[in-house]
Design a protein around this ligand. Structure first.
Ligand SMILES: O=C(O)CCC(=O)C(=O)O
Ligand SMILES: [Fe+2]
Length: 229
């Protein structure tokens, strides 16, 4: 399931990110790619262990762990330090079809995670570049994603996906992975649907409605049943 998380960053925060990123040194994006994806990857990245990536990445994590929709959809256990990429039209940048590595280790912190979910946080407005759609395949077909700056998409790391060539301007984003407390994507998706339904029910009936209380209990008991922590 693809889930859009709007307003992870405000427009002012995006502008500040971009000031810092646009002034930083960039490197070849293949530095973090696996063997297959390196063959189809053409873009630039901020050095993962550099000051800019670490500082901005931490700000993204701080914003995400305060975001109820993200917490409900991802049920995150560990979030990998966010990386930052740029696809520039004049370089013919794109990223061909691939699946992300199953396990990611961060040399700086020693963190090692199973990648259950991938996230792209868009940091360029869609009208500033052409192409650069993130195309994600699932059992319902291919989905093209291109969101306003500050919005993010969450998708299962098991999905084949690609970024189409940028033909005008530059597409700038942060991308990263996380391990969820709920490994099974189908279970995670049902838990998210249940939570969403409970939230809308409690808005109508109040948090102390007896059936809403029961359903909230069931929600927590299902998490208790399924969570690996
Ligand atoms: O740029 C993106 O939106 C996705 C990047 C990606 O798929 C990757 O780096 O593995
Ligand atoms: Fe990827």
């Amino acid at each position: 399931m693809l889930i859009c998380i709007p307003d992870v960053l405000s427009k002012d925060e995006v502008a500040e990110f971009r000031r810092i990123m646009d002034a930083a040194e960039w490197e070849d994006g293949r530095s973090t790619a696996g063997a297959q994806s390196a063959m189809v990857k053409r873009n630039e990245q901020l050095p993962p262990d550099g000051e800019a990536a670490r500082m901005l990445g931490q700000r993204i994590i701080t914003a995400l762990i305060r975001n109820p929709r993200f917490l409900s959809a991802a049920v995150p256990l560990q979030i990998f330090p966010p990386l930052f990429n740029r696809y520039t039209a004049s370089r013919g940048d794109h990223f061909g079809i691939h699946v992300d590595n199953a396990v990611r280790g961060d040399p700086l912190t020693g963190l090692r995670i199973r990648t259950d979910l991938s996230m792209t946080l868009f940091l360029a407005e869609p009208d500033t570049y052409d192409g650069g759609e993130l195309v994600i395949e699932d059992t319902y077909g291919s989905h093209e994603v291109k969101l306003p700056a500050g919005h993010a998409v969450l998708y299962p790391s098991s999905s084949l996906h690609m970024v189409t060539p940028v033909t005008r301007g530059a597409r700038v984003a942060s991308f990263f992975w996380m391990q969820s407390m709920i490994r099974d994507a189908h279970v995670r998706s049902m838990i998210f649907d249940l939570d969403t339904a409970i939230q809308s029910l409690t808005e109508r009936l109040g948090r102390d409605d007896p059936d809403a209380v029961k359903l909230t209990g069931i929600y927590h008991n299902l998490i208790r049943q399924w969570a690996e922590v």
